[in-house]
Design a binder for this molecule. Structure first.
Ligand SMILES: [Zn+2]
Length: 225
């Protein structure tokens, strides 16, 4: 038995620790689930309404979906690192389109009620983890949470395309300036792209149009649209 297997066995015995992806005894995501995540193919798509290029590291299905749900709904914050590395891939794809000395990552703001329920802003945490990975690869990158909600919005889950757009139109505002660099909007999941489009609208109006948007995953709904 090697050390990591022994640690997993001890975790199972003493803590009941399980991989959130498949349930085997493990601290965090197991090697098998990590391999499955790594095999996901990045997807590049265009958001027609704002001509924004969106890159997702994989589809919102299988292990990717299970781990994102565990992170967001069960506060499995140990998954921030592994999913943040997926987000870093999407960002690297966009950054290679328009190379810049510095990248500015702007997270889509989470609703205040979500942040309160989860204890932290998951999107900001993912962006920071992605930035750590990119800096290790020599990329100059900073995370600037410069967007805020200017009014309450309904939970997007369960809303159709038109209702999502209406729900978020004019919902965000800048709360501080955007530093020098190529701007990339980041989020955990792209579904219809309403949040990304609203973020891009605010940044463009401030004279800082984003080069694109990067997400961890894309829903099949978005791919069909
Ligand atoms: Zn697993």
């Amino acid at each position: 038995m090697n050390l990591s297997t022994a640690i997993a066995a001890a975790a199972d015995l003493l803590l009941g620790a399980r991989c959130p992806g498949c349930g085997v005894a493990e601290f965090g995501a197991c090697a098998h689930c990590r391999t499955q995540l790594s095999a996901a193919r990045p997807q590049v798509m265009g958001l027609g309404q704002c001509r924004l290029t969106v890159v997702a590291a994989g589809s919102y299905s299988g292990v990717m979906k299970t781990l994102l749900i565990a992170l967001k709904e069960r506060q499995s914050m140990g998954l921030v690192g592994v999913l943040g590395r997926r987000l870093a891939i999407s960002i690297a794809v966009l950054a290679s389109v328009r190379p810049s000395e510095r990248i500015v990552l702007v997270p889509v703001p989470s609703a205040r009620a979500q942040v309160a329920r989860r204890g932290q802003d998951v999107t900001v945490a993912l962006a920071r983890a992605a930035a750590v990975r990119l800096r290790r690869a020599g990329v100059s990158v900073t995370v600037v949470a410069c967007l805020r909600h200017r009014r309450r919005v309904a939970d997007q889950a369960g809303l159709g395309v038109t209702a999502r757009n209406r729900n978020l139109a004019g919902a965000f505002a800048l709360r501080r300036g955007v530093p020098r660099g190529e701007v990339i909007v980041v989020d955990d999941i792209v579904t219809t792209g309403a949040s990304l489009a609203e973020a891009a609208r605010v940044l463009t109006a401030a004279g800082r149009p984003p080069v694109g948007a990067a997400t961890v995953a894309a829903t099949p709904l978005r791919r069909r649209a």
